[in-house]
Design a protein around this ligand. Structure first.
Ligand code: AR6
Length: 172
């Protein structure tokens, strides 16, 4: 199943929260900053030890002081002009996060709106990619995982509230 909420992803008691990370996995601002702040310094040590992550891929660490079990560090694209493979890379970031969640026996996962902050991917396009990719994964690969889209800003929340129900799952 999938659902949308408005809130702070660091507060969720799910198996895995996804971080909108950068490819150095060195922490940063936005949701990345909030996750590192709430998880504590051990998270930075663990993520730096991974040696980076290319755009479109994802890596996993423990969640340390967070209420979730794991943090999946997904690297979304920086928006350039829309013709630089941005949406494909965003799709891969969502897909690879779900694969990693499944490999680590996660049944509940929460995503922020990857790349829609400082990375500048237009919010409506990004929401379509997120919903399409997650729905495809749940319908075609593994329906045994519950996905929450966590919107922090009001505009993303309005977009997801409207779009989410239009992406049907086989078991809806
Ligand atoms: N919980 C959930 N969502 C949040 C939170 C939160 N606590 N805080 C912000 N958001 P951004 P990006 C939303 O900029 O565009 C970092 O510096 C926010 O409203 O965090 O992928 C990294 O290190 C927005 O919708 O990530 C990278 O360098 C969404 O999170 C770079 O920013 C993503 O905004 C990644 O940029």
């Amino acid at each position: 199943m999938k659902n949308t909420i408005k809130g702070d992803i660091t507060e969720l008691e799910v198996d895995a929260i996804v971080n909108a990370a950068n490819s150095n996995l060195q922490g940063g601002g936005g949701v990345d900053g909030a996750i590192h702040k709430a998880a504590g310094a051990e998270l930075l040590k663990a993520s730096l030890a991974l040696g980076g992550c290319p755009t479109g891929e994802a890596r996993i660490t423990k969640a340390f002081n967070l209420p979730s079990k794991y943090v999946i560090h997904a690297v979304g694209p920086i928006w350039k002009d829309g013709n630089s493979n941005e949406l494909e890379l965003l799709k891969s970031a969502y897909w690879n996060s779900l694969v990693l969640a499944h490999e680590n026996n996660c049944k509940t996962i929460a995503f922020p709106n990857i790349s829609t902050g400082v990375y500048g991917v237009p919010k409506i396009e990004a929401a379509h990619i997120a919903l399409e990719t997650v729905s495809k994964y749940l319908n075609e690969v593994n329906s045994d995982i519950s996905v929450t889209f966590v919107c922090f800003d009001e505009l993303n929340f309005q977009i997801y509230k409207e779009l989410c129900p239009t992406f049907k799952l086989n078991n809806d």
